[in-house]
Design a protein around this ligand. Structure first.
Ligand SMILES: *Cc1c(COP(=O)(O)O)cnc(C)c1O
Length: 387
């Protein structure tokens, strides 16, 4: 007797089709690989999708975050309030400017920054608050902005997992001073590597637009009256997006509404299926007025099962279901931050529980609701094996 091997359910997979391949091919048939029209078009399309007045395409979300703090003039002696449960890039962008991230724990039911703890972390050195929409669920920005206004702080939204996230109809990234997005392959859409900074401020957009390309006063060679002639008014990086990435981005952004619809459908199917699995707890679902981007669905294991997490993930993998962890440790528990600032294991207990007890299940557009039914069945079976 042969057993039918069910298909592997990958955690994430870029949705690259014929249209993307043709768009990249068209770029390669020409000679404009950078400083071209596609980056401009991608930026224009991104403003249309998000409602952001300004969008600046860059090399990655990390570059966007770095540029935001560079614009602010963040430096040694300065502090930024940062959630403990996030990608290390959220904190690294602060460190790269020589400033200090001051970590704050997150909420147990959402993984989002615990807004009630921000005020206690603010000192006279604080310059900014960084917010992460964890797994795509929108942070309630009103109380964050209230603290920011009271203390005159800049607000950076790390929207790397929040493309499609909205609260009260407003897209994530528009409540704060800047919003930073990622187009890394397993995010909601991809440009291979890439990022976008959005802002309501024309001044920030102009400043970041220059700093992404060495600080040169005329970014596009065609704008230079004499070829090769330009001036440099300030420091800058080479954080540009290229035309190949932008070509991908334009096509992917056109498909994004469909990707988001599928993510939502998968999330809802998975959530319903998991309701009957008593060993796991689910982070809270979006409520009225909130739209998630449904990056993935994180489940939390009951305390008694916490030590079996890796075994469970391996049992799932053996049955064809790939999972992940968001994020493997709270950032302050990563060796670099632990060594530098002396954080210990007992700190940030909520973030530590998310990192230590959660498993991220896939809901990406490469999957469909039948796959979600399979994930639930396989999870029940794997739980029987490891308990
Ligand atoms: C992925 C991610 C980043 C980094 O994005 P890159 O485009 O790879 O630089 C930053 N912040 C969060 C929350 C992320 O998930």
């Amino acid at each position: 007797m042969t057993t039918i091997q069910p298909k592997t359910i990958q955690f994430g997979r870029p949705m690259i089709g014929e249209e993307e391949r043709e768009a990249v091919h068209r770029v390669l048939l020409g000679s404009t690989l950078t400083h071209g029209p596609l980056v401009k078009q991608f930026e224009a399309d991104f403003t249309a999708f998000t409602g952001a007045p300004h969008a600046v395409a860059v090399a990655s979300c990390t570059a966007a975050l770095h540029l935001a703090y560079f614009h602010l003039g963040l430096g040694p002696g300065d502090e930024v309030v940062v959630p403990a449960e996030t990608h290390v890039a959220t904190a690294h962008a602060v460190e790269l400017c020589g400033a200090r991230p001051v970590f704050v724990d997150v909420e147990p039911d959402t993984g989002n920054l615990d807004v009630a703890q921000i005020e206690a972390a603010v000192t006279e050195r604080t310059r900014a608050i960084s917010v992460v929409h964890y797994l795509g669920l929108p942070v309630d920005m009103a109380p964050v902005l209230a603290v920011a206004r009271r203390h005159g702080l800049f607000v950076v939204e790390d929207c790397a997992l929040a493309l499609g996230t909205r609260r009260g109809g407003e897209h994530a990234g528009l409540a704060g001073d800047v919003g930073c997005f990622s187009f890394y392959p397993v995010k909601h859409m991809t440009t291979a590597e890439g990022g976008m900074l959005v802002t309501r401020s024309a001044e920030i957009a102009e400043s970041v637009g220059k700093a992404r390309a060495f600080g040169i006063d005329r970014n596009v060679p065609a704008e230079r009256k004499v070829p090769g002639m330009y001036d440099v008014e300030g420091l800058g990086f080479n954080y540009r997006m290229n035309e190949l990435g932008a070509a991908l981005g334009v096509v992917q952004l056109g498909r994004l509404p469909e990707f988001l619809r599928r993510r939502r459908e998968n999330y809802e199917a998975l959530r319903a299926g998991l309701d009957e699995v008593e060993e796991v707890q689910q982070l809270r679902a979006p409520v009225a007025g909130e739209e998630s981007s449904y990056y993935c669905h994180a489940i939390l294991l009951r305390e008694s099962l916490a030590g079996r997490r890796i075994a469970l993930m391996q049992a799932l993998k053996a049955r064809g279901v790939e999972t992940s962890i968001y994020y493997p440790r709270p950032v302050p528990h990563m060796t670099y931050y632990r060594n530098k600032y002396g954080y210990t294991d007992g700190s940030f207990p909520v973030a530590a529980r998310l990192s230590g007890h959660s498993i991220a299940l896939p809901v990406g557009p490469h999957l469909d609701p039948d796959d979600m039914v399979q994930i639930v069945a396989v999870l029940k079976d794997a739980l029987r094996e490891v308990t």
